[in-house]
Design a protein. Structure first.
Length: 122
């Protein structure tokens, strides 16, 4: 009976906090490479410049920023707020050697990584 009461209390507590945002501040590792902030226009301009090379590899490559993962890019852009920063990042060499590497763009808000858009991973 005591166990059942405890479980009900935990479920009720979880439900009370379910709608509240997590208080988590993501940070980069000291071995990660992180660029200076970039604008959405700069990032999309670089992607547009790379389109001819991508089309040489695949004639069906979508002619939009980030091609086949454009929907994910649009979702990433949709959460950007005034004052946010976007940086390009790549995890450290050790992570790539251990098949846990990734690169892409990170959304920084108030010094915290709040969203990632991964463009390559292993």
């Amino acid at each position: 009976m005591k166990l059942l009461f405890s479980m009900c209390l935990m479920v009720a507590s979880s439900a009370a906090f379910a709608g509240q945002p997590a208080k988590f501040c993501g940070k980069f590792s000291p071995t990660d490479q992180v660029s200076t902030p970039r604008t959405i226009a700069e990032i999309e301009g670089q992607e547009k410049a790379a389109l001819p090379d991508m089309l040489k590899l695949r004639s069906d490559y979508p002619q939009v920023p980030f091609g086949f993962i454009n929907a994910e890019w649009r979702a990433f852009k949709s959460v950007v707020r005034p004052g946010d920063k976007i940086v390009r990042y790549s995890t450290g060499r050790h992570s790539w050697q251990h098949l846990a590497g990734e690169t892409g763009y990170a959304l920084i808000r108030s010094g915290c990584v709040v969203e990632l858009f991964k463009t390559m991973w292993n």
